[in-house]
Design a protein around this ligand. Structure first.
Ligand code: MOS
Length: 752
């Protein structure tokens, strides 16, 4: 065991090394753009340099003169694709803005032309020679909240993702009468996922069949969505990606590029390969939109919350009402009898935003957990004690109990390991030479979500098994935990299990989003493996009652040779479909059509399904220069059954680092005059390096939850980076006495 492979505690699996470790570290793992194609043509995108207006005229003479250019596609000659609905409205699409459809330009960086050539160099050269004349809109594009010309409306009901503004009791009266009151506003910036693997797509036709090699978090969604756009049957489309080089939500829905490339490949009767550039990724896919929050909290003098109001405002595009709506979480996390909330969407001339790691909780918990710290300061109370006083086994809006909730256990273990007791509570009271020291903490939580899935398991007489399920390996450890789940249930060694995922020809699994993958895929695979065991035991015990067989099945090892002799075969296969409690009636049908039917979090009928954690940050702020460092990040997490402490730790560690980064570094800067992203590259879009996170500690608590899902696992992929941004700001307040309510925190915020 090592730090990277923590000793498993009760209810944890073994920290086996990753199933895909060797192919990855030896460079054998083939990502979408690595898959060799026969005689491909190369596509290169041309994107708009205006945010609002019309294309007046293309001059393609110079572009077409570049040696090796095959053709240039614009709205004037591209195939008309069929419209598909937005993902968050129950469809497939990341945006309903479909480029190459008309002369209209709806956001900066929209695809306006695609150059195809015999080499990527020729395509790039020609793309830079495409001349586009625009007729600017008479109306100036609107960039963000304070731009003139935006429109806004209540979010509720505009998106399938957000159908309530939770409230209970009488907030106004309770706040009015509260002994202690806090009113504060918070702001989070635009951010982009920037996964290492770029937005690549290769399309190959074999007759009327299309194969797409593209990094995707949802191969069934991509297959069905692109088929609908092309007007062909979904059975004619296959999506393959054995590995995805990071996604974080950006590869969960169908972006416009895929069907465009597929239609060009069909027209040219030749494979076409696209690797969009880093800067194009900022506008041809999705991002985390900026948010604003107004929080009001009323409390008794001894710290009990009596009133809470959370109003959130989010940016979306003119075309689409994308919303994250984190009030569904923030109104339910602490005991409070009087709660009000409201979420508003503001429309601007931007590309449509979308899912980005922990979409609702990262911005909304920043506001709530900053406010809780401010309240603790007002009450002269330890911030952990404030959370303890308001801890609850039932959410306050509907009174539903949490299936399990180890929040305070996380705070206690985290505080001990962090050395919280050495913190002197007064701001500006701890220092080391020129460095002011601050300790901050915050709650993290993330809904446990699950979706219907199907799997096929093949077991051979020699004790080798193959598991097939169209899950997704985003770098999270999906192969590994699926293989572990099968090995456990079949009682065979991990090394004997081979796993096939990332292929839409396999049985369907949900989108690898909302941290549902482990719960959904492992629950399904375990169920199918159990059916295999059942068949083996029935064959071995033909004359016993099903009760006796069932007992043996759950308690005994199986002699495979004898069982297969009894069956008279050398291999058996089982296929099965699983769906979580409360899943809608059309779940299985929808699953094959690439529609997501996730349930969980606050959405279950009679219970609340959440994972929890406590996060601690030490900051050091230089008293002369204002430089901010975060020498220590620590998180203690409880997530039900931990399938693999090594891959779990890795997810949570990455989350902590990203959470810190989202407080101190990351922001996409907007030029409000042109509604344009300015720092659309990895040099100017600040990201942490090793030296920015010298110490990151992850503590995994034992937790058992028998109500959550058959695997007993809560999602943890997105848990780590929730709350960290608040913990950083709370630590900065402790160090400096300055409360920063707008992210990211910059040196200049601390010099004034
Ligand atoms: Mo995650 S933003 O649900 O991929």
């Amino acid at each position: 065991m090592s730090i990277a492979a923590p000793e498993p505690k009760a209810n944890m699996g073994q920290p086996v090394p990753r199933y895909d470790a060797v192919p990855k570290v030896t460079g054998q793992a083939a990502y979408a753009a690595d898959v060799p194609l026969f005689n491909p043509a190369y596509a290169y995108l041309v994107t708009s340099s205006i945010a609002k207006g019309r294309i007046d005229h293309f001059d393609l003479t110079e572009a077409k003169a570049v040696s090796g250019v095959i053709d240039v596609f614009t709205y004037e000659n591209a195939e008309r694709l069929k419209d598909i609905e937005l993902f968050s409205k129950g469809g497939y699409a990341s945006t309903t803005i479909q480029p190459l459809k008309s002369a209209e330009v709806e956001h900066d960086g929209e695809i306006v032309a695609v150059v195809v050539a015999d080499s990527i160099e020729a395509a790039a050269e020609a793309a830079h020679r495409v001349k586009v004349d625009y007729a600017l809109s008479a109306v100036t594009p609107t960039a963000s909240f304070d731009s003139p010309g935006t429109t806004s409306a209540r979010a509720q009901g505009q998106s399938a993702l957000f159908n309530e503004d939770p409230s209970v009791g009488d907030f106004a009266a309770a706040f009015d009468q509260a002994e202690v009151k806090l009113t504060a506003s918070y702001e989070t910036p635009t951010q982009h996922h920037n996964p290492m693997e770029l937005f690549a797509t290769s399309c190959v036709w074999h007759g009327d069949r299309l194969t797409i090699y593209e990094p995707s978090q949802y191969v069934y969604g991509l297959k069905n969505g692109v088929a609908a756009q092309l007007g062909i049957g979904a059975d004619k489309v296959r999506v393959i990606n054995a590995y995805v080089g990071g996604a974080f939500g950006s590869k969960g829905s169908v972006t416009p590029r895929t069907a465009i490339i597929a239609s060009i490949a069909r027209k040219l009767d030749r494979p076409v390969k696209l690797v969009a550039t880093r800067d194009q990724g900022f506008t041809i896919a999705t991002y985390r939109a900026e948010t604003r929050h107004d929080i009001q909290i009323g409390a008794t003098a001894d710290g009990k919350l009596t009133a809470l109001r959370h109003e959130g405002t989010e940016i979306s595009s003119r075309a689409d009402p994308y919303v994250v709506g984190g009030t569904k979480t923030t109104t339910r996390i602490y005991a409070c009898p009087n709660v009000a909330s409201l979420v508003t969407i503001v429309r601007a001339d931007r590309n449509t935003p979308g899912f980005m790691r922990s979409p609702p909780e990262v911005p909304y918990m920043f506001a709530l957990e900053s406010a809780m710290d401010e309240l603790a300061v007002k009450l002269k109370m330890d911030p952990i004690e404030l959370r303890r006083i308001n801890d609850t086994a039932k959410e306050p809006i509907g009174g539903k109990p949490y299936t399990s909730r180890s929040l305070m256990a996380c705070f206690d273990e985290g505080a001990k390991a962090f050395g919280w007791s050495e913190r002197s509570p007064e701001p500006r009271s701890m220092s080391d030479g020129d460095w002011r020291i601050g300790y901050g903490c915050a709650t993290t939580c993330y809904p446990t979500q699950m979706g219907p899935a199907a799997a096929r398991v093949h077991l051979q007489r020699d004790g080798h098994a193959r598991v097939e399920i169209a899950g997704h390996e985003l770098g999270t450890g999906a192969y590994t935990v699926i293989a572990q789940a099968a090995a456990e249930r079949l009682a065979i060694p991990f090394e004997n299990v081979s796993v096939a995922i990332g292929d839409s020809d396999l049985p369907p699994a949900p989108v690898a989003g909302g941290s549902n993958s482990t719960a959904s895929t492992c629950s399904t695979v375990m169920m199918v493996c159990d059916r295999i065991r059942q068949r083996l035991f029935k064959a071995l015990m033909p004359n016993e009652s099903s009760e006796t067989v069932g007992r043996a099945q759950s308690n005994q090892g199986v002699d495979l040779e004898r069982a297969f002799d009894a069956l008279g075969v050398n291999a058996i296969e089982e296929f099965g479909e699983w769906k979580p409690d409360d899943a809608p009636k059309d779940s299985f049908e929808a699953m094959y059509k690439g529609h997501v039917r996730l349930v969980g979090g606050p959405g279950l009928k009679d219970r609340m399904a959440y994972a929890f954690g406590a996060e601690f940050v030490e900051v050091r702020v230089n008293r002369r220069t204002g430089e901010i460092r975060a020498p220590r990040l620590l998180g203690a997490f409880a997530c039900g059954r931990i399938m693999n402490p090594r891959t779990a730790r890795s997810q949570l560690m990455g989350g902590l680092i990203w959470g810190m980064s989202s407080a101190l570094l990351e922001a996409t800067e907007l030029d409000a005059r042109y509604a344009r992203y300015v720092n659309d590259n990895l040099a100017d879009y600040l990201l942490p390096v090793n030296a920015d996170a010298p110490s990151v500690e992850v503590i995994l608590l034992s937790e058992e939850d028998h109500q959550i899902d058959p695997a007993g696992a809560k999602g943890l992929g997105e848990l780590g980076n929730v709350g960290t941004n608040a913990a950083v700001c709370n630590a900065i307040h402790h160090a400096t006495g300055k409360r920063i309510r707008k992210l990211p925190v910059r040196i200049e915020n601390l010099l004034a």
